[in-house]
Design a protein around this ligand. Sequence first.
Ligand code: SF4
Length: 230
Amino acid sequence: MEESLYQKRIQKELGITQAEIKERMDWSKPILAQNSKCSVSLDLPLLNCKPSSLCSEVCYAAQGRQNYRRAIIKSLAVNQMILENPQQAALKMVVESGGIPIRLAGSGELLPEHNNLVHYIELYGGTYWGFTRRVDTHQSIPKLMFSFDQSSTEETLEYIRDQVPVNRRAYLRNINDPVAPFKVAVTFPVHGSQTNLKDRIEKDPTDCPAARKYVAGCWACKRCYNSPQI
Ligand code: SF4
């Protein structure tokens, strides 16, 4: 069986040496990444992911610039720096963001323990938004969007149905998938440089306007932000 994009990316991560990670653990270098869709983001490695099979198949972190070796080394180093000093990492992130809401996490996944980082981001006057696929992380940081798809487990779907407000639900839709099984705030037709399938997926009123190229970036939409004010 062919390796999924997720497996390929994990293999690439495992090929990075501790020496390379240590060298990038430098507080004078940037923590955040810049990208055209989300503005500023915290990009983490895939170590914390619990992907569904669709997520593994179309993994966005295994495509484009996030998958460059240098970006992967940075994500591993930043992950380690946050674990070691979440307060310093949060302060640096808030300064680097310059008042722009920080996307958590642009790649990879947050852990429940990252509520610590979020606490300090808020304490230092920063704002954030983002997605998780983990129930335990969402329970710990409920302002995140919960991202799911047709291959998510029944337990995950039940959690979303019962615990996640509609405005925090995000559905990843593949070719031939039906519309989301319950009301959602946003639908992402599968897109990406290697998995650009959106034009073969039926349009839906909840579609992400950036994925459909109706807007240039999230700042022009803000549907997934924690609060429309940010
Ligand atoms: S729905 Fe809006 S805020 Fe959410 S990812 Fe798409 S463009 Fe960004």
